[in-house]
Write a protein that binds this ligand. Structure first.
Ligand code: HEM
Length: 538
């Protein structure tokens, strides 16, 4: 019997192409020619030399030699799952995005990850976790590429290579593999005090989640939603796990790393396989789109800020259920390509300078990681909307494009009514007014307060969470070789809270410094605590 997926004309048809890899009942080479032996090289006699003419051996070894692709430069280790997003329709008041209209179901693929460790590193290390979701909407792909911590280390993407270099293993010995316990990390975050808020979150329980199923997710940046009339609203996206937010304690995390380095990956796959489908509600905090883009004095373009949920409650807009494991890790979890610039009509970006850099970085890195510019054609990345672009050729092109005129307008291949605008359902960038000013390399004054929000976080923690944070700083800083870095970090802690600073200083056997800034007068936000807070999801 010949390969069933080849049409009478001899060319593979649509979906058949995807199955081509393993069709037919006989083992073949890559060209479909049947093999009679794949266990022995072709030799001049059973004990003689292997012959150069063994084209099967050469094909098999050549392909094997190229099985690995570069791992992601960050977020290399991850686990993925398929699912569905069911919209409640509550976001229709603020966005025209079709997949957020009432009762729309959209397929999704989610990849959870650690940030620093390499592809084979352990799961329960202290780290931020990625929470990236690809929505295959009927209007194109929308990616929400978030983390389990609502703020980021830096305010401007130009610092991203620096923070990652500081967090990654030392370049001479490639240690430590996947932990923050080293001098370059603490050197960076104590010199760049904008990192204080993220560092505090990450020394807290969110740095060692119990399970991917029990993590919140955050879009971090402020986004701009647009309704059918063009009215805009600023929003922050939140994922709230139905199972609640839970973490490990440090000793558990250490033991699990030894016993089962795949703990989170296994937990996700086992839960889905047994029908215990993890669920998250997607919610938004909404803010008026005012010219200064601030809310209650908080600069919404600063990704080191949160807006307390007590000031802007998270409003549920839909439910995501992960209900299917990938059938092939490489094809799906490894080859998936997320990008903050994958947007659909009704969702736009803001001028957050960290987001601006991300809008460049993801596509750029994927050209290297996925071998050329045609990775949107990989099955996991293909939109579930019709694609009619004018992108042509390039490495690993799999489409057979028709026509002779890949340009618009043209008079040869027929016109494409793409210029008519919003009424055609097109993506239109919101025509926001750009503030006037001089072209400068400097941060706005509103980005300069690095301690008020960390202090709010600290004041919002329950006693047990505070003990965990003190223990984490003491442990991690205890691994630093340079005393100057430990002392500088204690100064940062003094500017957050004297008790935090003195307890860590005691643990390190160092004197506790006095604050160098007045302690901020801020109210706690109970929603930040995993014990007292989180969302009322039934
Ligand atoms: C990967 C989140 C900032 C560059 C990722 C992934 C997530 C993520 C979740 C993993 C994607 C996956 O699973 O495939 C974030 C968040 C950020 C942030 C929430 C800040 C709020 C940045 C910045 C840059 C950057 C500022 C660069 C300027 C990258 C790169 C990858 C990546 C290059 C690897 C992507 C790939 O190979 O597919 N990020 N990131 N990220 N991120 Fe970010």
């Amino acid at each position: 019997s010949g390969p069933a997926t080849v049409s009478p004309t001899g060319s593979p048809t649509g979906a058949d192409q995807a199955r081509m890899a393993q069709s037919g009942s006989h083992l073949t080479n890559a060209q479909g020619t049947r093999l009679h032996d794949t266990d022995h090289s072709l030799k001049a006699g059973p004990r003689g030399p292997v012959l150069l003419q063994d084209h099967h051996l050469r094909e098999k070894i050549m392909h094997f030699d190229h099985e690995r692709i570069p791992e992601r430069v960050v977020h290399a280790r991850g686990a993925g799952a398929h699912g569905v997003f069911q919209s409640y329709g509550t976001a229709s008041a603020v966005t025209k995005a079709g997949f957020l209209a009432p009762d729309v179901e959209t397929p999704v693929f989610v990849r959870f990850s650690t940030v620093v460790g390499s592809r084979g590193s352990a799961d329960t290390v202290r780290d931020t976790r990625g929470f990236a979701t690809k929505f295959y909407t009927s209007e194109g792909v929308f990616d929400l590429v978030g983390n389990n911590i609502p703020v980021f280390f830096i305010q401007d993407a130009i610092k991203f290579p620096d923070v990652v270099h500081a967090a990654k293993p030392h370049p001479d010995r490639e240690i430590p593999q996947a932990q923050s316990a080293h001098d370059t990390f603490w050197d960076f975050v104590s010199l760049h005090t904008e990192a204080t808020h993220h560092t505090l979150f990450f020394m807290g329980d969110r740095g060692i989640p119990r399970s991917y199923r029990m993590m919140e997710g955050f879009g971090v940046h402020t986004f701009r939603l647009v309704d059918a009339e063009g009215k805009t609203t600023l929003v922050k996206f939140h994922w709230k796990p139905k199972l609640g937010v839970h973490s490990l304690v440090w000793d558990e995390a250490q033991l699990i790393n030894g016993n089962d380095p795949d703990f989170h990956r296994r937990d996700l796959a086992d839960a889905i396989e047994s029908g215990a489908y993890p669920q998250w509600e997607l919610g938004i905090q909404t803010f008026p789109d005012t010219p200064d883009q601030t809310f209650e004095g908080i600069d919404l373009l600063d990704p080191t800020n949160i807006v307390p949920e007590e000031l802007a409650p998270v409003q549920p807009i839909g439910l995501m259920t992960l209900n299917r494991n990938p059938s092939n890790f490489f094809a799906e979890t490894e080859q998936v390509a997320f990008h903050v610039g994958h947007l659909v009509p009704g969702i736009d970006v803001t001028d957050d300078p960290l987001l601006a850099g991300r809008l460049f970085s993801y596509l750029d890195t994927q050209i290297t990681r996925l071998g050329g510019p045609n990775f949107p054609q990989l099955p996991i990345n293909r939109p579930h909307a019709p694609v009619n672009d004018m992108l042509r050729d390039g490495m690993h092109q799999t489409a057979v494009h028709r026509g002779v005129a890949p340009y618009q307008p043209n008079s040869l291949d027929g016109g494409c009514p793409f210029t008519a605008g919003a009424d055609m359902g097109a993506y239109i960038e919101t025509p926001v007014t750009v503030p006037e000013g001089r072209k400068v390399r400097e941060a706005p004054e509103s980005f300069s307060d690095h301690f008020s929000q960390p202090r709010r976080f600290w004041l919002s923690m329950s006693p047990v969470e505070r003990e965990h944070i003190i223990g984490a700083y003491t442990f991690e800083l205890g691994k630093c070789y340079e005393e100057a870095i430990r002392k500088r970090t204690l100064q940062v802690l003094a500017n957050i809270d004297p008790e935090l600073c003195s307890r860590v200083a005691d643990g390190l056997g160092l004197p506790a410094p006095e604050p160098t800034v007045p302690l901020a007068d801020v109210e706690p936000s109970p929603a930040l605590s995993q014990v007292g807070g989180t969302w009322p999801v039934d």
